[in-house]
Each structure stands twice: as structure tokens, then as C-alpha cells.
Design a protein around this ligand. Structure first.
Ligand code: MLC
Ligand code: AMP
Length: 499
């Protein structure tokens, strides 16, 4: 069934009630948001786009940006949201790879992006206040009526995720993937009548777009919709919310405000954290300061949420809990056998939440799948006797900075192109705010300066991926096989950001 139809059915009785409430207190009702989606759906269809066509959006978080996502569901188009931090060269790749029929960007980026979008049939704009050529088109066309029928296995969205080779892959997500994961989370987190979600996440990733907003829609809940993360604004809104979802950086930033405390959290029944590891000190300090135990869960783009600490049972720091209902999760050791309790291996998952694969990359998809249909997440962990999962890191050298994934290879490829650079190694070092901070170790001619390297990155890489520091070294440490010892670079410089 079309996921939008599920949302319409669940919110049918409360159409006039507040759904998205922005900081000035203005609310759009469920009906308002669905009506806006229908207007955008009409505008999308008027471009000539049809069912299955890809709609790529690189827009600021706004109520209209969310309505655009719903418009794609309504018309059976495939929605592909992009981080606004991506540079034109990154966007060019996504537009080409998806063969996008429609590209929606911010008006201020239009002049720069028009060139990279030259093969896209329709390029439209949308700003944070609901202006641009997409909204302008709305007055010229009729709103779309009805919801396109979709089979459970039809594509709803694609979200790009990088890989060890540095090349981004589009994780295809079906209506069933999204609906089943939302239903499971709605159940395990015990959503209740009257719940109000404080939404502080970007809506171009699984966490903010699906985990948070799908749960709220299934529960017909109001969402306090903040477009940026600012501790003061969050503290002002918290006392009206019952649920907040964040990445660890959000929680450490709240704790960094000495005035933040139990009074701010008096109405909250659930704080969840994920996308990056929550450290035990932050978990402990949060409980001590507020009396609330953060519910840590674990997920990824290819499958949404896999495990969560329990709503009612014990939430244990450093663990990510149990497989969600309907989700299979196991840990498999290097020799291919299912790990015994406590034994470490790669986490694998199977179930209705799992993506059918990477867009137009059947080889890559097959590589990540086992013969019996489990997906190899690349995360290393162990389960205890009760089935509770503890993560111990990643099999590869992916960096997670403030909840965003950064693939060293992608940055190394850019740096290696700079004239005078011999070789580079990019790693994440412990960072109090972002969990890990990106740095690069560079072997280069003396003429190569940090500014020159930064300039190269500026052009090709989103800001959050760009190294926050360059270490110039005479050689990179290698093992007997010639492999660069990134663990050594990390351990020798572990206190760099604290110095
Ligand atoms: C911002 N900056 C970052 C950064 N975010 N640098 C490294 N890592 C990050 N995550 C840099 C900017 O480039 C800029 O640099 C400066 O910080 C200020 O930018 P900003 O936009 O004002 O930052 P801020 O609002 O403070 O953003 C921090 C943040 C944000 C934590 C709010 O990063 C964020 O929203 N993270 C959440 C990511 C998320 O939703 N992940 C879910 C993935 S889904 P300069 O140099 O220009 O000053 C997933 C699956 C799952 O993983 O399980 O959920
Ligand atoms: P992404 O590809 O952006 O969806 O990121 C998914 C990755 O984020 C997972 O493979 C994990 O490595 C990591 N991740 C998500 N949640 C957690 C968590 N609670 N603890 C540790 N890592 C996490």
C-alpha cells in the first residue's frame, strides 16, 4: 500500500488538529500539510514527471520541504533528499546517477546548480519561507487528487550512502520498508495519544525524515518543528514536548548549557539517541542532570532502525538494545558462523525493513548480502544471552562526525589530486562536540600548504567532510603488508582536539 495512504488513514479523524508547529507558534494542521502536498503533487505532474521518476531535492528544512516528500509519495515518484551541505560537484553525481526528472533546489543555489542540472527535465526552486518556482507553479495547476496505488515493493525513496570505495550508492527504500519500520518503532516506543514530538533533526536523512516524522504521523501527533539546532530554542520548546530524538551531539550540547536541567524535561517521556555512538559519560551525565535515561537505538540508511533499547526494560549505556519486532538481527563471526553470546562479529539483518538493494548496482548489492538474505551492515558487535546488541565499531574506517558519515576514501581521493601530494590518510579523532573530528595526514612537497588542501576540498566536498586539521608527515605508518596503520594514527593523536 502507498505509505501516504497509511498516514492519511491514521490521521483521518484529526485532520484539523495541529501537525507541524513552527517556533513562532504557527501550526499547520494535518489537512493543511496534505493539501500542500497535493498542490506540489499537481506541480510535479505538470512538469511531465510520472510514476517511478526520480525527484531530487536539495532544500532547507521547512514545512514545504516535508510536503514535497509527501507529494512524491502521493504521485508514486521516488524522492531523493540531499544534504544542503553538498557541493555542486557532489550534486552533479546524484543528478546523473538517479537520472532525475525533477530537481528542486534553493533559489540562491539555482544559478550555480543550473549547469550541473542541465540534463534534468525540470529544475525548480523552493526556499525556507515557501517561495520559489515550485510554489509559484502551484497557482497555475490543479492540486493532484487521490493517491497513486503502489505495491509494497515499489520504490518510495532513495537515500545516498557512501562506501569504502568513496563512491556513493543509492539505497532504494520501498513503501513496505518505510511502513514496517515506522510501525515497529511506533510499537516499541509506546507512542501514546497526546504525544508531541520535538523535531530537531535535518530531514534529508533516515533519522529526521523517517524515524521521527513517520512515527509522529502514525500516531497523529503534533510535531514542534525546529529548522536548526540551537540549545536555547530547544530548551524553550522542550517543556511542551513528550518525545525528542537526537544524535549524541545534541545531547552533549544540551549538557554543555549549565542551566539545562530537569525542569526543561518535565513533560518528556522519551529521549532517543542514535546515528552515532552515545558515550557512557554523556549517557550518565544526562541521567544525573535530568533524571531521564536516554533510549539508544541503532540503525542505518539501508534498513532504518534495527535495534532499540527497551521502552519499559533496562536501558544500558553502550548497548543498542534488541531487534525490533519483525526484524531479524544476528552477529556472524569471521568464519561465517553465528556468534555465541558475547562473541564479536559483523551485525547482519533481514526483514521487511531491509532495502532491496543499491540503485543500479546489483554487484554491490550482492556483495553486501548473504546467501540466506541477510544484509551485512559492516558494524561490529556482540549480542548477550538475552539478545541485547552492543556495538564495538565498524569493520571499515568510516568516520561518524555529529551523526554524518564521512568516508575517508572520498576525501583522500580529493587530496591525492592536489599537485605535490604524495599520499594521504584521513581518520577521525575523538572530538567533544562531534564525537569524531575529521583530520588528514599528508605526505607532500613542502610547497603544499593547508590552505591549498582546504581549497581543493572546498570545491569537491561538503563542509562537514572537510578535514578540520592537516598533519604534514614524512611518511605514513605501514604494516608488513604495506597497509597504512590508521589505528596508530588515531591512537597517537587521540587527544588532538582536547589539546
Ligand atoms: C556541522 N558542521 C559539522 C557538522 N555539522 N562538522 C562536522 N560534523 C558535523 N556533523 C560544521 C559546519 O560545516 C560548519 O563549519 C560549522 O560546523 C557550523 O555549521 P552548522 O550547520 O551551524 O552546524 P550545527 O547546526 O551546529 O550542526 C551540528 C549538528 C548537525 C549536530 C546539529 O551536524 C546535525 O544536524 N547532525 C545530525 C545528523 C543526522 O541527522 N544524522 C542522521 C543520519 S541517519 P564551518 O567550518 O563552516 O564553521 C543515520 C541512521 C541512523 O545515521 O541510525 O539514524
Ligand atoms: P548511515 O549510513 O548514515 O545510515 O549510518 C549508519 C551507521 O551509523 C551504522 O552503520 C552505524 O555504524 C552508525 N550508527 C547508527 N546508530 C548507532 C548507534 N546507536 N551507535 C553506534 N553507531 C550507530
Amino acid at each position: 500500500m502507498n505509505l501516504l495512504q497509511v498516514f492519511l488513514d491514521r490521521t483521518g479523524d484529526v485532520g484539523n488538529e495541529p501537525f507541524l508547529t513552527v517556533p513562532d507558534g504557527t501550526s499547520l494542521s494535518f489537512d493543511d500539510v496534505f493539501a500542500r502536498a497535493a498542490e506540489f503533487a499537481g506541480a510535479l505532474v505538470a512538469t511531465g514527471a510520472v510514476i517511478g521518476d526520480r525527484v531530487v531535492a536539495q532544500v532547507d528544512k521547512s514545512t514545504d520541504a516535508f510536503a514535497l516528500y509527501l507529494a512524491c509519495l502521493q504521485t508514486g515518484m521516488v524522492y531523493i533528499p540531499l544534504n544542503v551541505a553538498y557541493t555542486p560537484s557532489e550534486v552533479a553525481f546524484f543528478l546523473a546517477d538517479t537520472e532525475a526528472a525533477v530537481f528542486v533546489c534553493r533559489p540562491q543555489d539555482h544559478a550555480t546548480l543550473a549547469f550541473v542540472a542541465k540534463d534534468v527535465n525540470a529544475v525548480l526552486t523552493l526556499d525556507a519561507e515557501g517561495r520559489g518556482s515550485l510554489p509559484a507553479k502551484v497557482s497555475l495547476v490543479e492540486p493532484y487528487v487521490g493517491v497513486v496505488d503502489r505495491a509494497d515493493d515499489d520504490l518510495a525513496c532513495m537515500l545516498y550512502t557512501s562506501g569504502t570505495t568513496g563512491r556513493s550508492k543509492g539505497a532504494m527504500l520501498t513503501h513496505r520498508n518505510l511502513a514496517s519500520n515506522a510501525e515497529a518503532l511506533h510499537q516499541v516506543w509506546a507512542w501514546q495519544p497526546g504525544d508531541v514530538l520535538l523535531h530537531i533533526l535535518p530531514i534529508f536523512h533516515v533519522h529526521g525524515l523517517f524515524v521521527a516524522l513517520h512515527c509522529a504521523l502514525l500516531n497523529a501527533s503534533e510535531v514542534i518543528y525546529l529548522t536548526t539546532f540551537d540549545t536555547t530554542a530547544v530548551r524553550a520548546q522542550l517543556p511542551r514536548a513528550t518525545v525528542m530524538m537526537g544524535v549524541p551531539t545534541h545531547y552533549s550540547r544540551l549538557l554543555a548549557d549549565p542551566a539545562f536541567g530537569p525542569d526543561d524535561c518535565r513533560t518528556i517521556r522519551l529521549f532517543t539517541s542514535g546515528s552515532a555512538p552515545m558515550t557512557e559519560p554523556v549517557f550518565g551525565a544526562f541521567t544525573e542532570r535530568t533524571g531521564h535515561t536516554i533510549c539508544e537505538r541503532y540503525g542505518m540508511t539501508e534498513c532504518g532502525i534495527i535495534t532499540s533499547n527497551p521502552y519499559d526494560g533496562e536501558r544500558i549505556a553502550g548497548t543498542v538494545g534488541y531487534a525490533l519486532p519483525g526484524v531479524e538481527m544476528r552477529v556472524v563471526t569471521e568464519d561465517g558462523t553465528v556468534a555465541a553470546p558475547g562473541q564479536t562479529g559483523i551485525v547482519q539483518t533481514r526483514g521487511p525493513h531491509l532495502s532491496p538493494g543499491y540503485w543500479r548496482l546489483p554487484g554491490k548489492t550482492a556483495e553486501e548480502m548473504t546467501e540466506d538474505g541477510f544484509f551485512r551492515t559492516g558494524d561490529v558487535g556482540s549480542v548477550d544471552e538475552s539478545g541485547r546488541l552492543t556495538l564495538a565499531g565498524r569493520a571499515g574506517d568510516m568516520i561518524i562526525s555529529g551523526g554524518y558519515n564521512v568516508y575517508p576514501k572520498e576525501i583522500e581521493l580529493v587530496l591525492d589530486e592536489v599537485e605535490g601530494v604524495v599520499e594521504t590518510a584521513v581518520v577521525g579523532l575523538p572530538h567533544t562536540d562531534f564525537g569524531e573530528g575529521v583530520v588528514a595526514f599528508v605526505v607532500a612537497d613542502p610547497a603544499v600548504t593547508p590552505d591549498r588542501l582546504a581549497e581543493a576540498c572546498q570545491h569537491d566536498l561538503a563542509r562537514f567532510k572537510q578535514p578540520k586539521h592537516y598533519f604534514f608527515v614524512t611518511e605514513l605508518p605501514r604494516n608488513a603488508m604495506g597497509k597504512v596503520q590508521k589505528a596508530q594514527l588515531r591512537s597517537e593523536n587521540a587527544d588532538f582536539f582536547a589539546r
